[in-house]
Design a protein around this ligand. Sequence first.
Ligand code: NAD
Ligand code: 3PG
Length: 310
Amino acid sequence: MLSTLLILNPLSEQSLQRIAQDWQIVYAPTTQQRSAAIASHAEHIRAVLTIGSIGLQAREIAALPKLELICALGAGFENIDVAAARERGIVVSNGAGTNDACVADHAMGLLLATVRGIPQLGVALHQGIWRDALPLPPSVSGKRLGIVGLGTIGKQIARRAAGFDMAIGYHNRSMRNDVPFTYFATLLELAVWADFLIIATPGGAGTRHMVNAPVLDALGPEGFIVNIARGSVIDTAALAHALREGRVAGAGLDVYESEPLPPTELLDLPNAVLTPHVAGWSPESVAETVRLFLENSQRHFSGQPVLTPV
Ligand SMILES: NC(=O)c1ccc[n+]([C@@H]2O[C@H](COP(=O)([O-])OP(=O)(O)OC[C@H]3O[C@@H](n4cnc5c(N)ncnc54)[C@H](O)[C@@H]3O)[C@@H](O)[C@H]2O)c1
Ligand SMILES: O=C(O)[C@H](O)COP(=O)(O)O
């Protein structure tokens, strides 16, 4: 008989069918379904599949006596109560490395779109405005890129930026000895040096509002910022003020403090390019992260360690 898996994030029919070959699925992608599913199936659920933004709370873990494994499909796991899981000896894993290339592609796309003003130029063209009436957007190649958080995704961004002949600097929890890039011990120093900043840290308390008004002022009126990490890393009010006042030239953002609601204070700004938290999701990356989840769960329930523990 198949064991019971609680799935808390929306998934395509194709992914659900693949997972159903290995699991008895309880599918609860809405808040209402979630509490009802936990109440009805608590005695049977042995694993939970979720994502960073949806997470799994301590009281939900406490309500599931047979729970052994919690898996985040994506890279982020900021809303899974990992401490509560560890107390019970429950294993937590994520989808590290399954969507890093996709996120890095999206980050470079946001950088190019923001610096070159591609969406805004398209709107102007639709309004019949030709180039002579518009300011020339700056170049991207050869500029100084500061990467904040040089982990799996940050390194993929650096590889792509190298193809644009950029000088690469980074700020990380600690200096890495496996990269040739310039390390900056503080984010403020990196922001002073960089033309562009790309944020690629995890979310959560440790990075909350790391990018604040002083960092934005250090980046300066010709500087651009891209965030594919988590909305909480940037102080949104400070960013909106800086963009409005021209203290920063532009921002390309995929993630927001207000999720899943759109960022009202940024929507009407002409120098912000916004996408709805899709950087990591493509048919290819979803297939890969579902495959990794199935491999991790098969390993765990046959007594082996998962490949991507957190
Ligand atoms: N927008 C999206 O769709 C999307 C997709 C995937 C991942 N993400 C986000 O990107 C994050 C990073 O993913 P990853 O796989 O590269 O993780 P990772 O753990 O490999 O890398 C994170 C890096 O950030 C650094 N870091 C952590 N705290 C820091 C701090 N306070 N100051 C400076 N550096 C710090 C770490 O040292 C590490 O090098 C995820 O946690 C997730 O939140 C977003
Ligand atoms: O962390 C990730 O891989 C992506 O951001 C997707 O996760 P989320 O949808 O939980 O935020």
